[in-house]
Each structure stands twice: as C-alpha cells, then as structure tokens.
Design a protein around this ligand. Structure first.
Ligand SMILES: Nc1ncnc2c1ncn2[C@@H]1O[C@H](COP(=O)(O)OP(=O)(O)OP(=O)(O)O)[C@@H](O)[C@H]1O
Ligand SMILES: [Mg+2]
Length: 246
C-alpha cells in the first residue's frame, strides 16, 4: 500500500535520512522505533508531504506521492498525526475536529465524520465544546487522532502517540488505535518509543538509527527483543570496532 524507496532528506548540511526504504501492506500495523534524532519524525513528515526529499520515491497504491502537497496526499487517503499533536489549544474540541474535515464537501458528510469520531472517542464527545487546552494529555492525543480521522484516511501515520503520557493512558490510546484497525480496516504506521509496546501491537517492526534503516522484521520473529535492541543501540557495530581494535 505504502512504499518508500531510497529516501534521502537533508536539512542544510545535515543528512537526516539516507537511503531509507520501508513498506506497509494493506491492513498491517507497522511500528517504527529508534533513538532520539534517528529521523523518525522526518520520515513521517516526508511521507505526508511536509518535508521534501532530495532522493528516493514514495508511492501510495502504486502512485507517486513524493513532491505532492500535504492536502493532496491527505486526499489520496493518508493522514498524519504529528509529533507533539499540533492541537489548537484556544479552539474547542469541535473546532479542532472540523479543521480536520477541510476536504469534505458538504455539511452532511462532515457531520457523519464527526459522529463516527465521537463513537470511537466518547471522552471527546463529552468535552465537545471545551477548549482543547483544557484537555488532559491523553485526551489531546485522542483529539489529534480524531482530527486525523476526519479526513477519512485508509492509512494513518501516528508519530509518538505515547509521548508524555502515563502507561495506563497509553494503553487506552492503543486500545483505540487497535479498534480503529479492526473496525475501520485502518492501516497503521506508528512511531513508538517503547520496543515492548511495538512488539506487542505490530505485525512488523523497523528500527531506524542515525538516519538509516538498521532492521526490519516480523514482530513474531523478534519477540525476545534482542535483535531490536542491538539495532537500536548499534551494539553490532561497536563489537566490530572492538574486534578490529584487538
Ligand atoms: N527542521 C529541522 N531543521 C534542521 N534539522 C532538523 C530539523 N528537524 C529535525 N532536524 C534534525 O534531523 C535529525 C532527525 O530528527 P527527527 O526529529 O526526524 O528525529 P526523531 O527520530 O523523530 O527524534 P525524536 O525521537 O527526538 O522525536 C536530528 O538530528 C534533528 O536535529
Ligand atoms: Mg520525532
């Protein structure tokens, strides 16, 4: 469904992504993990059209989307829940959600989308007319996911849903993500800090470190977490350096 090949992104002299490839099949839940500064958010932003690549291709259902504007990419069925959530805190929950419906044509379809989001997030329904700034961190994360759903995506990229949330709240966020996957057949690509959580929820895992993809595998083959940790911390390379020094 989503295919990224040989992606390179630069910020001035810094190469944030180098030859990065990844694919997500329809119906899959794929988790991307990696240390701070690995380039995870850059990869998500680049796929969603917010950052441009210097090399490589991104295709959705076989059609090139690299170089298109974020609204065009959203129209093709790909929605991003950005890092830090990007909630407009002075606006109400309802207003934030309506902003996500920018491409719906008529009032009925916007209302239908709103009703659908409310059904998945009863807590947002209760806080519908409250300012988004008054919501808890977990509720703000749910609002960010709800807003991304307002575009009617087939695939959703979620950048660090766990950020700053207590484990119990993260569990609730994941419960909702998994119910969206099951009930709406939503395909998910999630940037997840915790490798344990990634291994629990994902079909497949990618590990990105220092702008390069270090590991790809099926979660069921990586359950002991060892290969993931090695890729995450770069132990293999350290050992090679150590051996060369002896
Ligand atoms: N707008 C920008 N301008 C310049 N450099 C940037 C910009 N955004 C990110 N970078 C740099 O690019 C690299 C990758 O950053 P990115 O935010 O993509 O990493 P990340 O894996 O999402 O990290 P984190 O886990 O901290 O969110 C880092 O070295 C970062 O400092
Ligand atoms: Mg990030």
């Amino acid at each position: 469904m989503l295919k990224v090949e040989g992606l390179e992104v630069r910020y001035g002299r810094l190469t944030a992504l180098r030859g990065v490839s990844l694919h997500v099949e329809r119906g899959e839940t794929v988790c991307l993990i990696g240390p701070n500064g690995a380039g995870k958010s850059t990869l998500f932003a680049c796929i969603a059209g917010g950052v441009s690549a210097t090399h490589g291709s991104v295709t959705l259902d076989g059609k090139r989307i690299a170089g298109r504007r974020p609204e065009q990419i959203a129209r093709s069925g790909l929605s991003l829940v950005p890092e830090g959530r990007n909630i407009f805190k002075t606006l109400t929950v309802e207003e934030n959600l309506r902003l996500g419906a920018f491409m719906a044509k008529d009032r009925e379809s916007i209302q239908a989308r709103l009703d659908e989001v409310m059904a998945h997030f009863p807590r947002l329904a209760e806080r519908f007319r409250s300012s988004a700034g008054s919501l808890s961190g977990g509720e703000q994360q749910m609002l960010a996911i709800g807003r991304a759903l307002m575009t009617g995506p087939r695939i959703m990229l979620v950048d660090e849903p766990s950020l700053g949330l207590a484990p119990k709240i993260v569990d609730q966020v994941y419960e909702i993500l998994m119910s969206l996957r099951d009930e709406k057949a939503l395909t998910l690509l999630i940037n997840e800090q915790s490798s344990k959580r990634a291994l629990r929820h994902a079909n497949r895992i990618y590990v990105l470190r220092s702008g390069e993809m270090r590991l790809e595998g099926r979660a069921e083959d990586l359950q002991d977490g060892e290969a993931v940790m090695r890729a995450y911390f770069g132990f293999d390379e350290r050992r090679e350096v150590g051996e060369a020094a002896q």
